[in-house]
Design a protein around this ligand. Structure first.
Ligand code: HEC
Ligand SMILES: [Cu+2]
Length: 353
């Protein structure tokens, strides 16, 4: 403290500067201006209470500074973990949480885009119809990668099997399609969304959650099971969903006593017959004339649920013909169906009796 006390003995200047000539009188007024009047000061320097108070005050001030430092240090540590996640209890880092949130938004938008543009051919749940199945786990595992989906949506259905007459149009606007790159990204996010999470259905225009009759938000789930691992012995999904389809199925050698039924096409994507009848316990054959130019079809036999495969046949590219030989079946009703286009037009009832 540079408190100027006026009580110091004369002739012992406290401040050496400014230097004064010997005999010069110290200017008292300017010093007086900054000091309390003489009678206010304690005689003989600080009183013991005052000294104690000063010590206490400076101690307090140090405490305040120390606590301030502690608060800043704690904040830095807490923020560090908030930003990067706490390692042991495995919290989600903030940036990743933000990313997840954006991903959810993309998936929810992608759902609407898929239903509006793709569901009519690939099914509401990607189960396949005119277009091939998409929600198949082994397909989603690696075949339907982000890059592949992007390529298919940019080039169109011809990218899949090189069929220039593919029913699937180009989607990306970079190639003349109707969807911009964000919409493409959203659809891809939806197709690859995990089945472990629920997402809200939202109105396409205002992105508001859609409420069901019970007042709760209607939700949907992704298709892809994140834990799915393909059976190591399973053959990988072929690049072209038709498999290594021959342009014409190898002529099966038909034993002479086998009944041969005829099946043809009524037009594009439609069998000319929707009912066939064979004898139980006897092999039979179907001579399939695929006159549907540019389209690939086959005639598989499935249970009447339309999905459980009983007998599988190779596809034949139109125009082309194949004679399929089927093993004997027990009496009952089955579906004969095109595995490429499992739609009502390419399904019929096979009665075995
Ligand atoms: C008019 C019917 C149609 C529509 C609409 C359609 N697709 Fe397709 N899609 C097909 C067909 C048919 C194929 C098979 C390609 C071929 O012709 O060989 C296909 C193939 C695909 C494939 C490749 C599948 C595989 O196993 O490799 C993907 C992925 C796909 N479509 C996604 C979409 C998406 C996403 C949309 C909506 C933006 C969509 N499709 C709309 C008919 C359609
Ligand atoms: Cu078909």
């Amino acid at each position: 403290m540079t408190e100027q006390t006026g009580d110091r003995p004369e002739g012992r200047p406290e401040r050496p500067l400014p230097a004064r000539l010997p005999g010069e009188v110290e200017p008292t007024r300017s010093a007086e201006r900054f000091t309390a009047p003489r009678q206010m000061r304690a005689i003989g320097g600080l009183t013991s209470e005052r000294a104690a108070r000063i010590v206490r005050q400076s101690g307090d001030a140090r405490w305040v500074a120390f606590l301030g430092m502690v608060i800043v240090a704690l904040f830095v540590i807490v923020y560090y973990f908030y930003e990067l996640g706490v390692p042991i209890i495995n919290t989600t880092p903030r940036l990743q949480a933000e990313g997840n949130l954006q991903q959810v938004t993309a998936i929810e938008r992608g759902y609407n885009l898929y239903q509006a543009n793709c569901a009519r051919c690939h099914g509401v749940n990607g189960q396949g119809a005119v277009g091939p199945i998409l929600n198949d786990q082994s397909k989603l595992f690696s075949h339907l990668s982000e890059q592949y989906l992007k390529n298919v949506l940019t080039v169109g259905g011809r990218y899949v099997c090189g069929n220039p007459k593919s029913l699937m149009p180009v989607w990306a606007d970079t190639n003349g399609g109707p969807l911009n790159y964000l919409q493409i990204a959203d659809i891809i996010a939806f197709i690859r969304a995990p089945s472990t999470q629920e997402y809200a259905r939202r109105t396409p225009t205002f992105n508001e959650p859609i409420l069901g009759a019970d007042g709760k938000v209607i939700t949907f789930k992704g298709w892809r099971d994140p834990d799915f691992k393909p059976d190591p012995s399973a053959s990988p999904v072929p690049d072209c969903y038709l498999g290594n389809a021959a342009t014409s199925a190898p002529p099966a050698s038909i034993p002479p006593n086998v009944t041969i039924l005829d099946l043809g096409m009524a037009g594009v994507l439609e069998y000319d017959k929707h009912a066939l009848e064979v004898t139980a316990g006897q092999p039979f054959a179907i001579r399939f004339n695929n006159s549907d130019s540019g389209q690939t079809h086959d005639v598989d036999i499935r249970q009447t649920d339309g999905t459980t495969v009983v007998q599988d046949q190779p596809t034949v590219q139109g125009p082309g013909e194949a004679t399929y030989l089927y093993a004997a079946l027990p009496a009952g009703t089955y579906d004969f169906i095109c595995s490429v286009h499992p739609i009502p037009n390419m399904t019929g009832t096979l009665t075995v009796k």
